[in-house]
Ligand binder design. Structure first.
Ligand code: NAP
Length: 260
């Protein structure tokens, strides 16, 4: 299936590692132009170079998206370079364990890390998305539906991303700008590896315990499997899909795990 993404321009926040990297690669593989908005320069530059060496086009804008001006800058630099914007993938974030015990400051910081830039990027992109009848994909998490314990800030931010998905889908109907969310559960990424290594004495045993509970094939979802859903949602092949929560997780959240 041709997704018709050729020459279309998409900003991917946190687009050079983990799930974001896979989305960047999938956009490029479809002939689209990913613009990576992230804060680590070296790995990002290397990925953009690789895409270009393989005949694609890509661009990056470096800056911590917790600062509103960096969100604005990411959109402005994209427009200055390509003159168009066809979609935003809000993906940057981290499960930072801001628990009830850690207190108000950690909670507020976690919301800053995980939520405000989702709004800010879309706010600054809005005129361009209206013009292109673009698409927005919010990467949320299963934690928004299930909770996890010890991570109030992340859970609140991920839940708010789902609320914003519905709110923006409704708000942007007049311009046919579609807004959808993807909820991954367990995907091995640099962030996930760090979480395993820093929270468990035997990370390999914990990983085995987690994967044993994933109904479909007892394995983690790959970042490429999340990316496949993302590019579909960015494309006009999903032209009548908006305000939806796509739970790409091997049945982890919704199947009866006691039966498998
Ligand atoms: P990752 O491997 O850490 O990649 C996230 C990327 O986002 C990194 O490149 C990171 O940059 C960047 N980033 C984070 N905060 C940023 C900020 N304030 N400004 C600019 N860039 C920032 O994480 P991942 O596991 O792929 O997670 C991606 C998304 O999927 C997150 O929203 C996460 O909540 C969600 N998710 C993941 C899983 C999973 O199992 N992995 C499950 C559910 C949901 P640095 O390298 O500089 O930190």
């Amino acid at each position: 299936m041709d997704l018709n993404l050729q020459e279309k321009v998409f900003i991917v926040s946190g687009g050079s590692k983990g799930i974001g990297e896979a989305i960047t690669r999938a956009i490029a593989a479809e002939g689209g132009i990913p613009v990576i908005a992230t804060r680590s320069a070296g790995v990002t530059e290397a990925l953009v170079d690789e895409i270009k060496r393989n005949g694609g086009e890509a661009f990056y804008v470096i800056g911590d998206l917790q600062k509103t001006e960096n969100c604005k800058n990411a959109v402005e630099e994209t427009i200055a370079r390509y003159g168009r914007l066809d979609g935003i993938v809000n993906n940057a974030g981290a499960n930072d364990g801001a628990s009830l015990e850690k207190g108000p400051e950690a909670f507020r910081a976690s919301i800053g890390l995980n939520l405000f830039h989702y709004f800010d990027l879309v706010h600054y992109a809005l005129p361009h998305l209206k013009k292109s009848r673009g698409a927005i994909v919010n990467i949320s998490s299963k934690v928004a539906l299930t909770g996890q314990g010890q991570t109030s800030g992340y859970a609140a931010a991920k839940g708010a991303q789902l609320a914003l998905t519905r709110e923006w889908a409704a708000a942007l109907l007049p311009w046919s700008v579609r807004v959808n969310a993807i909820l991954p559960a367990e995907v091995m990424t640099p962030l996930y590896r760090k979480w395993l290594n820093s929270n468990f004495g035997d990370p390999a045993a914990k990983e085995a315990e987690i994967t044993a509970k994933i109904p479909l094939e007892k394995r983690m979802t790959t970042a490429a499997e999340i990316a496949a859903m993302a590019v579909f949602l960015l494309s006009d092949r999903s032209a009548h899909t908006t305000g939806q929560f796509m739970v790409v997780d091997g049945g982890y959240v919704h199947l009866d795990r006691s039966l498998t």
